[in-house]
Design a protein around this ligand. Structure first.
Ligand SMILES: Nc1ccn([C@@H]2O[C@H](COP(=O)(O)OP(=O)(O)OP(=O)(O)O)[C@@H](O)[C@H]2O)c(=O)n1
Ligand SMILES: C[C@](O)(CO)[C@H](O)COP(=O)(O)O
Length: 271
């Protein structure tokens, strides 16, 4: 009689896309540089944006391993000692878009670590460096027993405007100032954050079939399959470092967190 092998309990993996160039984060004076430093390698409070992200994931014991997707020509990751974090490995399989990088990262999880289709995967932007182990754990416990999975997201905090379509005026080199077409009801609208947590097999199949040009996050690939991901409350601090001014904001928050955790700091006694 053939031996019956017990199905392995689903494991939880993480994929961190870190293969972007960070074009929008460049100041005007950096835009002409032939090889500007991608934003994930900028240092904030003594270590890279990426390392802050990786340290948060390394503190979540439920995660079996974290694959960092870097660009095939990346020359920085291995030079920064702080990027070498427990249960974390970089793979130079970045693609032309974020979605392509994620798709390649999922393939790597299966090939190198034997990840299975029924395992869970958390995908998180390297550039969301303020993520905390507590928020990651909140997403895991909300999704682990769900049939689909979900994402951290934030109910829209501001009034939402749609811009009027403005054709370029003839003879004018620059488009005219943007004007409002209408105010869009914000009720029921959320900002998608990461991590986003789905079954490896379902996400892989969505990313293999969907038009990657239309896929800006994992949830949109899963929606494309006809599923409805769970929306799990995120924090406004979980923003993505996108524009030059975001570095200072991220640094101020990291410094305030460090001060709270330093013994004898005045902030540590504040209720
Ligand atoms: N081809 C790409 C593009 C983006 N990313 C990663 O996806 C995350 C979120 O993307 P975004 O903030 O748009 O990063 P960039 O593409 O680097 O930024 P920009 O669009 O300003 O160039 C980042 O951690 C980025 O490194 C990636 O792995 N591969
Ligand atoms: C995935 C994401 O962080 C959700 O907000 C975001 O879409 C990624 O940014 P991009 O500029 O679209 O790559």
């Amino acid at each position: 009689m053939p031996l019956r092998t017990e199905p392995q309990a689903p494991r939880i993996w993480a994929v961190i896309p870190a293969a972007g160039v960070g074009q929008r984060a460049l100041r005007a004076d950096q835009q002409t540089s032939s090889r500007p430093l991608p934003k994930q390698y900028h240092r904030l409070v003594g270590c890279s944006v990426l390392a802050h992200t990786l340290q948060a994931f390394a503190q979540v014991q439920a995660i079996a391993g974290t694959a960092v997707v870097i660009a095939p020509d990346d020359a920085v990751f291995s030079q920064q000692a702080e990027n070498h974090v427990a249960r974390t490995q970089a793979f130079a399989v970045g693609g032309d878009s974020r979605a392509a990088s994620v798709r390649n990262g999922l393939q790597t999880l299966a090939e190198h670590w034997g990840a299975q289709d029924h395992d869970w995967v958390l995908v998180h932007d390297a550039a969301r460096c303020l993520i905390t182990p507590e928020w990651i754990a909140r997403l895991i416990s909300a999704c682990q027993h769900d049939a689909v999975g979900g994402l951290l997201a934030l109910p829209l905090p501001d009034t939402l405007k749609e811009q009027r379509c403005q054709p370029l005026a003839e003879g004018h080199p620059k488009p005219a100032a943007a004007r409002v077409a209408q105010t869009v009801p914000r009720s029921g609208k959320w900002l998608a954050h990461t991590p986003q947590m789905f079954r490896l097999g379902m996400l892989r199949s969505a990313l293999q079939q969907a038009d990657l040009g239309l896929i800006t996050d994992e949830a949109s690939a899963i929606e494309w399959l006809g599923h409805a991901p769970l929306l799990v409350h995120s924090s406004a601090q979980n923003f993505k470092v996108t524009y030059p001014e975001d570095f200072a904001l991220a640094e101020a928050i990291l410094m305030a967190r460090q001060a709270r955790h330093t013994p004898n700091s005045t902030e540590s006694t504040t209720p």
